[in-house]
Design a protein around this ligand. Structure first.
Ligand SMILES: Nc1nc2c(c(=O)[nH]1)N[C@H]1C(S)=C(S)[C@@H](COP(=O)(O)O)O[C@H]1N2
Ligand SMILES: [Mo]
Length: 389
C-alpha cells in the first residue's frame, strides 16, 4: 500500500477554518495577555532586589493577580487545544512560496507559529503541573516560566501582526460563511458538513473554558469553593487554612520548636536572642490578611503577633531589608527576603496565632511571617532568625 503525506485538501471538515481560528484565537490572546501581565506582577513580587520596590498595598493585590493568573491559564488550555486542532491541517500546506517576499513572510509566519506553539504549550503544561505541586523537572520553575513567557508573548505579537488581514477578514463575515477571495483548499461542494456547525464548535469551546474555570477557581474565590471539584485547595485545613508544606515534610522537628527554641535578631554585630515569651510580651496586633499561594489558591485569616517593625526595633532603627531564616534546612522556601517597605509596614507581623489559636506546627509554630500583598511562598514559617541585610 502506498503511503503518502496528507495535503491540506484531505482535511475537508468546515471546522478547520479561519473563521473558527480567529475567534478562538482572540480569546486565547486575551487569556495569554492577562497571564503575561499578572505573571510580570508575580515575578516583580519575587525578585530579590527589584529596581522599584514592590508595593505593600492593596493588601489583597497579589491574591487577585495570582488568582487571575492561574484562572486564565486554566481557561487557555481548552482554547489552545481547539485552536491547534482547527489549524493543524495547515502544517501540511505548501512550505515554499514565491516570489521571495512572500517566501520571507511565509517563513517568518512558520517560525513564529513554531515558537508560539512550543512556548504556549510549555507555559500551560508547566503552569498546570506547578499548580498541582508536581515538579518532575530538573530546572527551576520560576525563572524558566518567566523567560518562556517573553518568548510566547513575542511570538503572539508577531503572529497577530502577520495574521491581521486574515483575522479582519474572518470577523467581516458570518462564522459559517467562507471567504470567496480565499476559498478553502478542498472542493467545497464535497466538503463534509460533519456533526457540528462552526457556531456549535465555538459554543462548546466557550463552555469547556467556563467549566475549566468553575472547576478550579474555587481555590481562590470563596463563593465557588463548593463547585470547584478540581480546585487544588479546598479551604479546609487545620485552623481553617490550607497547608502548603507540613512541618514533617519540611524536616522541622518538635524538639527544634520546643522550649529550647529561640529567635535570633541580628543587625550587623549587635543581636538579641528572644524566647517565645519575649515575643508575647511585645505589643500584640491582630490583622486580617490572606495567604495567596503562587499555585493559585488563597485564603484569608486573622493573624496575631508583634509587628515586624517592633521586633526589628529591638536591635536598632528600621529601614533595611530583612533576611528571614527558618528551621527548615533544605529547600528554596526555607528563607526569604523581606524588603524594607514590607518590614516597616504596620500590617506585617511575626505571627504567633492564626484565627485565635496558637499556630499549629504545620502553620509555622512558633512564629511565621505574614505581610500584606506578598506571595505565599515568601510568608516563611518556623522562623528562627531575622537579620538586616
Ligand atoms: N519554611 C517554609 N515556609 C513556607 C513554606 C515552606 O515550604 N517552608 N511554604 C510557603 C508557601 S509556598 C505557602 S503558600 C505558605 C502557606 O502557608 P500555610 O501552609 O500556613 O497555609 O507558606 C509558605 N511558607
Ligand atoms: Mo505557595
Amino acid at each position: 500500500m502506498a503511503v503518502r503525506t496528507p495535503s491540506q485538501t484531505d482535511f475537508t471538515s468546515r471546522l478547520h477554518s479561519p473563521a473558527v481560528a480567529a475567534r478562538v484565537g482572540t480569546w486565547l490572546g486575551i487569556t495569554f495577555g492577562i497571564c503575561f501581565l499578572t505573571g510580570l506582577v508575580s515575578h516583580w513580587a519575587q525578585v530579590p532586589d527589584p529596581l522599584v520596590a514592590f508595593p505593600t498595598r492593596p493588601a489583597w493585590g497579589y491574591r487577585v493577580t495570582q488568582g487571575l493568573h492561574v484562572i486564565t491559564g486554566t481557561a487557555a488550555i481548552p482554547l489552545l487545544l481547539v485552536k491547534l486542532w482547527t489549524v493543524y491541517p495547515r502544517l501540511f500546506g505548501r512550505v515554499v512560496a514565491w516570489p521571495p517576499r512572500a517566501a520571507v513572510v511565509h517563513g517568518l509566519e512558520r517560525l513564529a507559529t513554531l515558537v508560539l506553539v512550543a512556548s504556549g504549550v510549555f507555559q500551560l503544561v508547566t503552569g498546570l503541573m506547578n499548580s498541582t505541586q508536581w515538579y518532575p523537572w530538573e530546572f527551576s520553575f520560576r525563572p524558566t516560566h518567566y523567560a518562556v513567557a517573553w518568548l510566547a508573548i513575542g511570538a503572539i505579537v508577531v503572529h497577530v501582526a502577520l495574521k491581521l488581514p486574515a483575522i479582519r477578514g474572518a470577523y467581516a463575515r458570518d462564522v459559517e460563511e467562507d471567504d470567496p477571495d480565499h476559498p478553502p483548499p478542498y472542493d467545497v461542494e464535497h466538503s463534509r458538513d460533519g456533526v457540528m456547525s462552526r457556531r456549535g464548535l465555538l459554543r462548546s469551546t466557550w463552555l469547556a473554558a467556563t467549566v475549566a474555570v468553575v472547576a478550579t477557581a474555587g481555590a481562590t474565590v470563596p463563593l465557588l469553593r463548593k463547585v470547584s471539584v478540581l480546585g487544588v485547595r479546598t479551604g479546609d485545613g487545620p485552623q481553617g487554612l490550607p497547608i502548603n508544606r507540613t512541618a514533617v515534610a519540611a524536616g522541622v522537628s518538635e524538639e527544634a520548636t520546643g522550649s529550647s527554641w529561640r529567635l535570633t535578631v541580628l543587625r550587623g554585630d549587635s543581636g538579641r536572642r528572644l524566647t517565645l515569651d519575649d515575643l508575647r510580651a511585645l505589643p500584640q496586633q491582630t490583622v486580617e490578611l490572606p495567604i495567596a499561594c503562587v499555585e493559585g489558591w488563597s485564603a484569608s485569616a486573622t493573624w496575631t503577633g508583634p509587628r515586624m517593625s517592633d521586633v526589628m526595633a529591638l536591635v536598632g532603627t528600621s529601614g533595611a531589608d530583612v533576611g528571614v531564616y527558618s528551621l527548615q534546612t533544605r529547600g528554596a522556601f526555607s528563607t526569604s527576603r523581606l524588603p524594607a517597605n514590607f518590614a516597616d509596614d504596620p500590617l506585617t507581623l511575626l505571627a504567633l496565632e492564626v484565627n485565635g489559636e496558637t499556630l499549629s506546627p504545620d502553620h509555622g509554630y512558633p512564629c511565621r511571617i505574614i505581610a500584606p500583598n506578598r506571595p505565599g511562598v515568601l510568608q516563611t514559617k518556623w522562623v528562627t532568625r531575622l537579620e538586616t541585610l
